[in-house]
Design a protein around this ligand. Structure first.
Ligand SMILES: NC(=O)c1ccc[n+]([C@@H]2O[C@H](COP(=O)([O-])OP(=O)(O)OC[C@H]3O[C@@H](n4cnc5c(N)ncnc54)[C@H](OP(=O)(O)O)[C@@H]3O)[C@@H](O)[C@H]2O)c1
Length: 314
């Protein structure tokens, strides 16, 4: 449906954010450049990137191709990147590295990727490890200090907006009393098997927009075969992917779908649906059942060994 493809939301900083975006995690160099061009040609206007994904140079080449081919102008695309955990005491440097790789002068949104610090002087730029193989984490770091740096960056013109990612209700409640700028966004794993309603509700109350990641269940899309999802899809003569993506639009969130497959890239924006109250009830019942049975599924949880305050992991 064309209107859903072009739907946007107003952020608390006054900027418009598209309702659907292309994810780029695990999109290999060699494929992601073309995926970005294909997505922009198909009508996506949000590209979700991260320094940690180690492919921002190729994403930037895709953006440059799309600008050169006249598919979009820079100001038509909402580009998101994230400060990785080895840069949470050096946010300005983290942003500069992403901008250089992307070949851009600014991003539309800069997120704190995870609320922790990994050793900036460790044995790896992205995933430093201790001699015993565990992640090299500086546990004394306070995530509020990272946010203070993010606030300073707003004045640089290099990030039009700032936000967080992987913030639980507990972490948001620690942050908000100290925030001069309320995060524009909290990007979290979100789907019917991990609704994280307590975070979504708090974000709504505080004016923080939710961006949903791993909507299909991440690699291989394991949620595409979940029975209630299949049933809602059959009712609409649609595919399960369309239901899983449209679920977030019905919740008022932005959804990120990753694909490097041209047909899927197109399909993921061209088949979005208006789910009705019965559809959402069915999906919410499924979430409630998984919650009751202790079977919620979190597909993305790096082995940091840190309690981030998520009820299913605390
Ligand atoms: N902030 C964070 O910490 C964080 C964490 C995770 C993800 N993210 C962001 O969110 C994005 C999306 O999440 P994700 O990459 O974890 O997973 P996802 O979008 O839920 O799923 C991606 C997987 O589904 C496949 N797929 C895509 N469209 C499909 C379709 N229509 N039918 C069948 N299969 C389909 C993809 O395969 P092909 O590519 O082979 O087509 C890929 O294997 C990421 O790329 C990233 O930008 C952020």
């Amino acid at each position: 449906m064309a209107s859903l493809k072009t739907k946007t939301y107003k952020l608390n900083n006054g900027l418009d954010i598209p309702a659907v975006g292309l994810g780029t995690w695990q999109s290999p160099p060699g494929a992601v450049r073309q995926a970005v061009v294909e997505a922009l040609r198909a009508g996506y206007r949000l590209i979700d990137c991260a320094y940690c994904y180690a492919n921002e140079e190729e994403v930037g080449q895709g953006l440059a191709d799309a600008f050169a081919e006249g598919i979009v102008r820079r100001e038509d695309v909402f580009v998101v990147t994230k400060v990785w955990a080895t840069y949470t005491t050096r946010c300005a440097l983290g942003l500069d590295k992403s901008l250089k790789a992307l070949g851009l002068e600014y991003v539309d949104l800069l997120l704190v990727h995870w609320p922790l610090l990994m050793n900036p002087e460790g044995n790896d730029d992205r995933f430093p490890k201790l001699p015993n193989g565990e992640r090299d984490i500086i546990r004394s770091h306070n995530h509020v200090d990272t946010w203070k740096q993010m606030e300073q960056l707003l004045g640089s013109g290099k990030a039009k907006g700032i936000g967080v990612s992987n913030y639980s209700k507990r972490y948001l409640e620690q942050l908000l009393p100290h925030a001069t700028v309320i995060p524009a966004v909290n990007q979290i794993e979100n789907h019917p098997a991990l609704p994280q309603q307590e975070i979504v509700d708090l974000c709504k109350e505080k004016g923080i927009h939710v961006m949903a990641y791993s909507p299909l269940g991440s690699t291989g899309g394991p949620l595409l075969t979940a029975e209630p999802v299949v049933q809602v899809a059959e009712k609409h003569g649609a595919k399960p992917a369309a239901v899983l993506l449209s679920y977030h639009l019905a919740r008022g969130s932005t959804v990120l779908a990753k694909s490097v497959t041209p047909e899927r890239i197109r399909e993921n924006v061209d088949t979005l649906l208006e789910l009705d109250a019965d559809d959402m009830q069915k999906l919410n019942d499924y979430s409630a059942q998984l919650t009751r049975e202790g079977k919620l599924q979190r597909f993305v949880y790096p082995p940091f060994g840190v309690d981030f305050g998520f009820p299913d992991k605390s």
